[in-house]
Design a protein around this ligand. Structure first.
Ligand code: 15L
Length: 267
C-alpha cells in the first residue's frame, strides 16, 4: 500500500462511488468526504462530512492526509451560485487546506468541458488554449489554473484530469469518442497518484477509443495505459441513435449538448 491516508472527496458522487472500493486497495486508510451523509464507513475507511465552501471544515478534512483525489463539486452545467460555491470557492479552500496541511499531491477531477468549444473534427492536446463551453467548464479551468499556481508557488503537485464521459457504457455517439471505462478511470487515478514527478500535469481522461479527439502525448510521463475501447459498443449505440443532425451545435462541438445548455436567461 502506497499511501497511509488518502482522501476521496465527492465520495458519494457517480465517480466517487466507483473509486471508493478501488482506492481502498492502495492505502491504509481511505478518508471519504461528501456534503451530506451517505451511510457508514467500511473497514479501512473513515467518513468526514464537509462542505467545500466551508473553509474551516476543509482545513480539518485535510489533516493527516497524504494525497487527495478531488472528485467533489458541481459536475454539470448549473446556475452560477452553486458553481461559485463548490468549484471556485471550494477549489480554493481545498488548495489552501492542502498548503496548510503540507499535502504533496492532488488528483483533480477537471473536465473535457474546459475545451468543449473545439470542434469534433479537431484533435487537440492538453497544452492547447482552453475554450470552456459554459460556466461549469470555466470553473474547471479555474481549478486547473489554481493547481498551477499552487505548484509554482508551493510545490504542491497536481494531475488535472479532464475526464471525458465515465460511465459503464457510452450512452450516445459522442461518447464513443469521450468514453472512459471505470477500469481505465482507476488506472488513470492510480497512475496520477503514483507517477514519481508530475508538477502540474493536465491530461484527458479517456479510454483507448478508436475515435478520439484528444492526444495525451504531453502527459506520457504519467504512464497511463488505457485498456478499453468504446468500439465494442458502436453497433448498439448507432442503432439507438441512428440519425445525427449535423447542424446541431451539440454534434459540431466536443462539449456536445453542454455548448447549448446553461443558466443564460433571455433579456
Ligand atoms: C462532465 O463533465 C460531466 O460531469 C458528466 O456528467 C458528463 O456529462 C461528461 O462531462 C461528458 O462530457 O459526457
Amino acid at each position: 500500500r502506497r499511501f497511509g491516508r488518502l482522501l476521496l472527496t465527492g465520495a458519494d458522487g457517480n465517480l466517487g462511488r466507483e473509486l471508493r472500493p478501488r482506492l481502498r486497495r492502495h492505502c491504509q486508510t481511505l478518508r471519504l468526504s461528501h456534503r451530506q451523509e451517505f451511510g457508514p464507513a467500511e473497514p479501512g475507511e473513515e467518513i468526514v462530512l464537509a462542505h467545500l465552501e466551508n473553509k474551516a471544515a476543509m482545513a480539518e478534512l485535510l489533516e493527516g492526509v497524504d494525497a487527495v483525489v478531488h472528485m467533489g463539486g458541481v459536475s454539470t452545467e448549473q446556475p452560477w451560485e452553486p458553481i461559485l460555491a463548490s468549484n471556485i470557492v471550494g477549489a480554493y479552500n481545498l488548495y489552501e487546506a492542502a498548503r496548510r496541511n503540507r499535502v504533496r499531491r492532488i488528483v483533480f477531477a477537471s473536465s473535457n468541458h474546459v475545451t468543449g468549444f473545439y470542434r469534433q473534427r479537431e484533435v487537440i492536446r492538453p497544452t492547447d488554449p482552453v475554450r470552456p463551453d459554459g460556466l461549469y467548464g470555466l470553473s474547471k479551468a479555474f481549478g486547473e489554473n489554481l493547481a498551477q499556481l499552487y505548484f509554482d508557488r508551493f510545490g504542491i503537485e497536481t494531475v488535472s484530469l479532464r475526464i471525458g464521459s465515465s460511465y459503464a457504457e457510452p450512452k450516445d455517439r459522442r461518447m464513443l469518442a469521450t468514453w472512459l471505462s471505470f477500469d481505465d478511470l482507476e488506472r488513470l487515478v492510480v497512475a496520477a497518484l503514483t507517477a514519481p514527478v508530475v508538477g502540474h500535469t493536465v491530461m484527458y481522461g479517456v479510454s483507448d477509443n478508436a475515435t478520439c479527439w484528444w492526444d495525451n502525448t504531453p502527459a506520457r510521463h504519467i504512464g497511463y495505459r488505457p485498456q478499453h475501447d468504446s468500439e465494442v459498443f458502436r453497433a448498439a449505440v448507432e442503432a439507438r441513435q441512428p440519425h445525427l443532425d449535423r447542424d446541431d451545435p451539440a454534434v459540431q462541438y466536443q462539449g456536445g449538448a453542454f455548448v447549448r445548455t446553461g443558466p443564460f436567461e433571455e433579456d
